[in-house]
Ligand binder design. Structure first.
Ligand SMILES: O=P(O)(O)OC[C@H]1O[C@H](OP(=O)(O)OP(=O)(O)O)[C@H](O)[C@@H]1O
Ligand code: HPA
Ligand SMILES: [Mg+2]
Length: 181
């Protein structure tokens, strides 16, 4: 697994520190709100698990699963809902928890869908933002780190379902996906 990592972008410590900062900020901003964290699986699994424990106010959590990358490193452009939320969103203050904003197709699709369900508010918290690759405009309230235009893995992020269990975030060696093309 480690042999496929070109370089480490963000260490466990850097991620841990930034997640604590985000959690403190969110706790402050949502102190008087009806916070529902919406985790977008599978990529957000590690971030969600850490972030929710860094937010020291009452909150609810729910999960949805979507997929658009399949086994490639470029979006298919088609966002597939694999699992929908279970909680009624009426009157709730939604914070969508994502691992990465890349083309923006996933988040733009999810926001449009959730806004039709009468929430009180909908905002986004993404651990990573890759601004050079945005194809659509998505308003984001909380960003952990900005990353360069490279395919990243670890801390939930996969290539072809692998590497999600790396505790840090690294750049995948291009030869790993080039050999699969
Ligand atoms: O901004 P975008 O170009 O839409 O890319 C971001 C999305 O792509 C990844 O999901 P993926 O479809 O790989 O599913 P996964 O979370 O199960 O890995 C990632 O977890 C984001 O949800
Ligand atoms: O850079 C990435 N890595 C893993 N999954 C992703 N989904 C969108 N961009 C990425
Ligand atoms: Mg993926």
């Amino acid at each position: 697994m480690k042999n496929d990592v070109l370089k480490v972008l963000l260490t466990e410590e850097q991620i841990h520190e930034r997640v604590a900062e985000l959690g403190a900020q969110i706790a402050k901003d949502y102190a008087d709100k009806n916070l529902l964290l919406v985790s977008v699986l599978k990529g957000s699994v590690a971030f969600m698990a850490d972030l929710m424990r860094a937010i020291d106010i009452p909150l609810a959590i729910d999960f949805m699963a979507v997929s658009s990358y399949g086994s490639g490193v470029k979006t298919s452009g088609v966002v597939k809902i694999i699992k929908d939320l279970e909680i009624d969103l009426t009157g709730r203050d939604l914070l969508i928890v994502e691992d990465i904003l890349d083309s923006g197709m996933t988040l733009s699709y999810i926001i449009d869908m959730l806004e039709t369900r009468n929430p009180n508010s909908v905002r986004i918290c993404t651990l990573l933002d890759k601004p050079e690759r945005h194809q659509v405009d998505v308003p984001v309230e909380y960003i952990g780190f900005t990353v360069p235009d490279e395919f990243v893995i670890g801390y939930g992020l996969d290539y072809d379902e692998r590497y999600r269990n790396l505790p840090y975030i690294g750049v995948l060696k291009p030869e790993v996906y080039e050999s699969a093309e």
